[in-house]
Each structure stands twice: as C-alpha cells, then as structure tokens.
Design a protein around this ligand. Structure first.
Ligand code: FAD
Ligand code: SF4
Ligand code: SF4
Length: 481
C-alpha cells in the first residue's frame, strides 16, 4: 500500500471551507468553497484502504473510492479523474449534493473515534481540477450508428443515459418541456447547493458530443408519444415526479399558500436572469414576509433557506416528527439553523387562517406514539395544544407523486405501480411496451440524483443490448426468408 495512506491517525477530518452564515444569506452562490490541492491530498490520505470498502458498497454507483483517494493522495489527479469518471457521469454534482452522511461517508469504517473520510468533497475536487485542466472532453464515439434513441426528460437520468448511448455511437435526441436542460438540477435544487453553471456545463458537453436537445417540447402536448416512438428505435422515459402532495385542512385554498416547486422554480429562474411574473408581483417572493414551510425533507430545507436569502421577515419549518426522525439531511438542517431558520418539531398544521390571503397557521403539537408496520413511530395529536403562528406565506413541501403517465402519453398499455410510478422489468429496465425503457424518479419515486445517474447508466446498457438483439432477430428473419 502507498505510504501516503492511513493518515487518519495523525490528520484530522476537514470539510471544505464554508462561507459564514451572515455573508452567505446575501446571495445564492454555493456555501462550500473547494479544497485546495494540499488539503484534498491530505484528506484523501486519511483513507485506510479497506479490503472490503463499505464506502464503495454503499455508493449507489459503486465508485472505486479507495483507488481514486489513493491517486489523489499521490497527486496523480488526471488518473484520479479518469477512474472516478468511469463510474459516474456527474461526479462534480454528486460530490456537491449527494447526502454523503447517508451513503459513502456514512459507511466509512475508519476506526472508531476517528471521523470518516470527506469523500464527496474530494470527488468534487478531482472533477473540478479536471475541468480546470481541460481533461473533461465531450463524448467521442468510435463509430457512428444509424439507430436513434429518443430520451424524454433532461434530468440526471436522461442526461446520463444519453451520454452513455452517444458514446456507443447512437443518434440521440433529448426532449424536455422546460426551456433549459437539467430537470431538478436546474429548476429544483437552489444555487446555494449547486450553482447553475455546473449544470449548464454538462449540457454543453453533451451538445458538443453530438446529442440533440429539443427543449420547450412537452411530450403528450407538443408531440405525441406515438410520434416519438415512431421516430426512434428505442425510447427512454425519464420524466421525474412532479405532482405535489397536497394538504387537506380548512383554509388550504387561501392565497399565499404555495407548492414548493413553484416557489423554488421561480427563485431559480430569477437567479438565472429570467423575468418571472409571479416573483415580480410578490406572489412567489418571500421578501418581508413571515414564512412557514411545511415538511421535513430536503425540499423543505431548500425552501426555508431560499426564503432566508429572499429576506423574509421570519422563516419557520413545521415538521410533525422530531429532528432524529426527519427525512432531510442533517447537514442541511444544521445549515438552515445557522442561517436563522426556526424549526418547530413535533408540530402539524390543522387549519389556515385568513380572509382571502393566509395570515396565520393553526398548529397542534404532536406526540410520537407506538411504532407502526413501517417501523416508524406514529405521530399523535396532543389535545388542547392548538396555537396560531403568524404567516403571510406558507410553502407546502410534502413530497411528490408521479403524474399519470399513461394519460399524459395517451398510452394505456404503459403499466404503472400502485404508487403511479412506471412499472419496469428490473432485469431489462423495459416498460410494458417493447423498446420503451424508463429510469430515475419516474420509476423509483422521488429519490436522489445519484440513483438517477445509476439508472441512466443501466438503462443505456439495456437499450444497447435490446437494439443488438432486435438487429439479430431482423437479420435472422432476412436470412431465412
Ligand atoms: P428530473 O430531474 O425530475 O428530470 C425530469 C425531466 O423530465 C424534467 O426536466 C422535466 O421537465 C422533464 N419532463 C417531465 N415530463 C415531460 C414531458 N411530458 N415532456 C417532456 N419533458 C418532460 N437529490 C440529491 O441527490 N441531492 C439533493 O440535494 C437533492 N435536492 C433536491 C431538492 C429538491 C427541491 C428536489 C425537488 C429534489 C432534490 N433531489 C436531490 C432529488 C433529485 O433532484 C431527483 O431525484 C433527480 O433530479 C431525479 O432525476 P430524474 O432525471 O429522474 O428527473
Ligand atoms: Fe459518495 Fe455520492 Fe460520490 Fe457515491 S456518488 S462516492 S455516494 S458522493
Ligand atoms: Fe477509505 Fe473509509 Fe472507504 Fe475504508 S470505508 S476505503 S477508510 S473511505
């Protein structure tokens, strides 16, 4: 083993410098700076090069983490980049926004008493170094193939599949109803977690590699699904999940109560320089308001932190369980607290109060009761605990369900699960229609970018195999005719 490794005993864990909360709330730039080369090398050298690397096992992409950490520790950055990009199409994005505490870093088994290796930050450093040095190049297929693939959805799953298939020489067209590529990377996730030029850089690489983007194109409205199928040898559906879960409570239709994604999209568009009517009219702008965000996931964290940056008067987060039982990343909760967000744990909205516009939320306290079949304690309302919290903007961040894809695509032969996600054969990633594959959130339900990348890679592999098999069948038929 390289003598540069196993330094966790003498080198303390360090995370990239974080901008001070009082400064970072003034803009939408990323809050973490980057490691410099020396710190990246030092932090990578803390890895103990486990024989059975649990970090790698629990990374959805099974990234070869110990090897690229060793290459980084030895300063062999181009080799580190070549290795890390073999298994991940968006390492600089995953390095920024994977919930590492629940994935690779959460599984790092450095001896008890020492903290995990900062894997995500090193992954980001490797790829940013590669971009700075011009090592990241557009895909260059060895041969051009005549078969074409249509990808519906330019989020991480669709972009990844397109890159992998283009590398194999297929003709790729990505359709998206938005005017920009990236899916939730561009319009969902705020700039303070992921700056937008990072997403745009990926789109440009794909364009330079010969992938065609047809944006502002809603499949089911602008072009029928049938037309897409007729135009391509195979189709990948990677449309994500966008139907916001709602809340049933008196007053829930009052003005000033908004779905999270409308709010975040308006803010992201504004940061990208767009004119956003709803924002300029004040409807989607938290400035000067008492804001309450309902929910305990990453979307809720993004909403509270966006409201802080828009200079809301106060920002609170209502969640019906406690901190230990929330689905959002603990890192993001800590960042939100530093930025001045107040968390109201074990609290649930019962009604929204106001004449035309919301002016307050009636809230009841919660007690966590017995564990149910899902293994989680059931929230129970505490009697006589009702109270009002002033609010002139309420943001609902309660999660997302899939849109009705068979209706959207006017294709009843596409089968869905009981949750409305597209049913696929997991061995082939093919839907109930031959030659139509699916990947990402539309299959898994609301998930993570890294799973979208993994699905995109696997779908590309299966599409390639299916096209080869179809060609084999066609030539056998021709020969026997
Ligand atoms: P999406 O990214 O949703 O992309 C789907 C694309 O399909 C969209 O561009 C959409 O416009 C397009 N589309 C849909 N229907 C049609 C149609 N009919 N015609 C044409 N185009 C269509 N994950 C993390 O790992 N870390 C995070 O920090 C994180 N933060 C998040 C914050 C928020 C606010 C949200 C909402 C999600 C977050 N996620 C995070 C989850 C992550 O963004 C998603 O899991 C991931 O983007 C899913 O990728 P996808 O490609 O399946 O779908
Ligand atoms: Fe960790 Fe995500 Fe990178 Fe995998 S892709 S190594 S889980 S940061
Ligand atoms: Fe290195 Fe931690 Fe992975 Fe072990 S689990 S190989 S120490 S990063």
């Amino acid at each position: 083993m390289s003598s540069k490794m196993l330094k966790f005993v003498t080198t303390l864990k360090a995370t990239p410098p974080k901008r001070d909360a009082s400064k970072r709330v003034d803009d939408f730039d990323e809050i973490y700076d980057e490691f410099d080369l020396k710190t990246a090398k030092d932090q990578a050298s803390r890895c103990s090069q486990c024989g059975v690397p649990f970090c790698q096992i629990n990374c959805p992409l099974h990234n070869n983490i110990p090897d690229w950490l060793m290459l980084t520790a030895e300063g062999r950055m181009e080799e580190a980049y070549r290795l890390s990009s073999q298994t991940n199409n968006m390492p600089e994005i995953c390095g920024r926004i994977c919930p590492q505490d629940r994935l690779c870093e959460g599984s790092c088994v450095i001896e008890k008493g020492f903290e995990s290796v900062t894997i995500g930050a090193v992954e980001k450093h490797i790829t940013e170094t590669a971009f700075d040095n011009g090592w990241v190049k557009p895909v260059t297929p060895a041969i051009e193939r005549s078969e074409s693939i249509g990808v519906i959805g330019a989020g991480p799953a669709g972009l990844t599949a397109a890159e992998m298939l283009r590398q194999k020489g297929y003709q790729l067209t990505i359709y998206d109803r938005y005017d920009r590529a990236g899916g939730l990377l561009i319009y969902g996730i705020p700039g303070f977690k992921l700056e937008k030029h990072v997403v745009e850089r990926r789109q440009k690489l794909l364009e330079d590699g010969g992938v065609t983007f047809k944006l502002n194109t809603d499949i089911g409205t602008d072009i029928t699904f049938e037309e897409i199928r007729a135009a391509h040898n195979a189709v990948l559906i990677a449309t994500g999940v966008y139907k916001a879960r709602d809340i049933k409570a008196p007053g829930s239709g009052l003005e000033g109560i908004l779905p999270a994604l409308d709010y975040l999209t308006a803010s992201n568009r504004k940061s990208l320089g767009d004119k956003v009517a709803g924002f300029d009219s004040g409807m989607l702008n938290a400035e000067g308001k008492d804001v309450i965000v309902i929910g305990g996931g990453d979307t809720a964290m993004d909403c509270v932190r966006t409201a802080v940056r828009q200079k809301a008067r106060s920002v609170s987060c209502l969640y019906r369980r406690d901190r230990a039982n929330m689905p959002g990343s603990q890192r993001e909760v800590a960042n939100a607290e530093d930025e001045g967000v107040e968390f109201k744990w074990l609290s649930a909205p019962q009604a929204f109060i106001g004449d035309r516009r919301v002016s307050a939320v009636q809230v009841q306290r919660i007690h966590l009761g017995q564990v149910d079949a899902t293994g989680r304690q059931v929230p129970q309302l505490i009697e006589d605990s009702s109270h009002e919290l002033p609010a002139d903007m309420v943001i609902k961040a309660l999660g997302f369900d899939p849109e009705d894809i068979p209706v959207m695509f006017d294709e009843t032969a596409l089968t869905v699960s009981k949750w409305g996600t597209l049913s696929i054969d997991w061995h082939t990633m093919m839907t109930s229609l031959p030659g139509v594959f699916a990947a990402g959130d539309i299959v898994r339900g609301a998930s993570l970018v890294v799973w979208g990348v993994r699905d995109g890679r696997e779908a590309a592999e299966h599409i390639d195999q299916w096209i080869a098999a179809e060609a084999g069948i066609a030539s056998a038929q021709a020969a026997s005719a």
